[in-house]
Design a protein around this ligand. Structure first.
Ligand code: FES
Ligand SMILES: [Fe+2]
Length: 417
């Protein structure tokens, strides 16, 4: 249980709030690069700030104030040029650093018009593994962490976004909540398919360990032992707002206090015999969350998670909860946020930030499925593993995979549709 004041501290993300300032110290995934292939301009709202993301004709990414520095028109209705983005109202041209490059009327009528003071808000953007990451904190920006899976080859990658109608922190608490797998995904999943009993293997033992880039959680369920990778390796609640499950990442990126952008990145190694495989473009798609009746879609794993997150309310009221031993990881994670917020208030840099370019190049994380992704399997091996067999059959993580993404996946894997 938390006091209302402590709950506010964890959940408020606008500029100037303690948590908002903490999260701004980390690169945040905000879009798929392929989203800009059609329209090179996308509106984004991040931690309460309205911005536009664009790729100019020179291939540079920009993330700037949604409103023009001239008289505040909407830059989303502008257009990109060789360098920068131009406002459609009076033609001011702005670049990715926020400099105003052109003011057409002034440039025509004054011999040397000064543009100083007309800069607009601008944040750095970097592309990695098909994702676009933005940094909204004080400069100089730290290094963008290149997690090891971003360096894997011979895989089919896809990015799935979802607009989740609740605060980011309850989504992130789900990253350190092993017991929900038994109930939400196994038992409820089975009930949704018509089962009439709770038959999922029970959790018998949990362990949570802190490391630089978050927490690892470990578990033993009925039918497993401490020799199992779920116990020897475990899964990662990635600091500060991610989740890493071996072949995919999920991030809970705050849009504002009451909305979150779920960004998930998936990797599937192509079977042996299909290599070398080079994916030219990482597809990005948006998973719909509700059906035509307005009810949440419950058929897919992350859609189920979202039912839980949104069900806790726009901002979960943690003054009314009852934490038990299944929630030790949640208590640890909150405790670490409070420590980091104190450290930042004392002028220190929060943890897990990388300043060395070398160190950032390929960061390994605990991974139960590493060899599957680095060494590969034959198609026959896929068939022997129930989870992998299922993965080839259909995309179970998010509802609504577009047919063209399925076709590209089938083609990459060398299987029939
Ligand atoms: S408002 Fe954008 S150029 Fe005038
Ligand atoms: Fe889940």
């Amino acid at each position: 249980m938390l006091t209302a004041a402590r709950n506010e501290m964890l959940t408020r993300v606008g500029p100037g709030t303690p948590m908002g300032e903490l999260l701004r110290r980390y690169w945040q995934p905000i879009a798929g690069a392929s989203e800009l292939d059609g329209n090179p301009i996308k509106t984004v709202r991040l931690m309460g700030e309205d911005l536009v993301l664009y790729r100019d004709r020179g291939g540079r990414y920009g993330l700037i104030d949604r409103h023009c520095p001239h008289r505040r028109a909407d830059m989303a209705y502008g257009w990109v040029e060789d360098t920068g983005i131009r406002c459609s109202y009076h033609g001011w041209l702005v670049d990715q650093a926020g400099h105003c490059l052109e003011q057409p009327y002034e440039d025509t009528t004054s011999p040397k018009p000064s543009k100083s003071g007309c800069e607009t808000k601008a944040y750095p953007v970097k592309e990695c593994a098909g994702l676009l990451f933005a940094y909204l904190g004080p400069l100089p920006a730290p290094e963008l962490p290149v997690w090891e899976p971003f360096t894997w080859r011979n895989g089919f990658r896809e990015i799935v976004l979802a607009d989740v109608p609740c605060n980011w922190f309850q989504c992130q608490e789900n990253s350190i909540d092993p017991v929900h797998f038994e109930w939400m995904h196994d038992n409820w999943g089975a009930r949704l398919r018509g089962a009439d009993a709770n038959v999922a293997p029970k959790h018998l033992k949990l362990k949570f360990e802190a490391f630089d880039h978050g927490f690892v959680y470990k578990r033993v369920r009925e039918g497993q032992s401490e020799e199992d990778r779920y116990w020897t390796v475990g899964r990662v609640a990635l600091w500060p707002n991610g989740f890493y499950l071996g072949s995919h990442f999920e991030w809970r990126v705050p849009v504002d206090d009451e909305n979150t952008l779920s960004v998930a990145w998936f990797f599937m190694r192509v079977p042996k015999g299909r290599e070398p495989y080079v994916q030219e473009r990482v597809p990005t798609w948006v998973s719909p969350l509700k059906d035509e009746t307005g009810r949440f879609i419950t058929s897919h794993v992350i859609n189920q998670d979202i039912v839980a997150w949104a069900g806790q309310g726009r901002i979960a009221d943690r003054t009314k909860e009852h934490l038990r031993s299944s929630d030790i990881g949640i208590t640890m994670m909150r405790g670490r946020f409070f420590e980091e917020l104190d450290a930042m208030a004392a002028g220190k840099e929060p943890g897990g930030i990388i300043r060395s370019a070398n160190e950032a190049q390929c960061i390994a994380l605990p991974n139960m499925a590493r060899e599957l992704n680095t060494d590969g399997l034959t198609l026959a091996d896929f068939d022997k593993d129930p989870i992998l067999r299922q993965r080839l059959k259909e995309f179970r993580h998010h509802y609504g995979q577009p047919p063209e993404v399925r076709r590209a996946f089938v083609e990459a894997m060398g299987i029939s549709g």
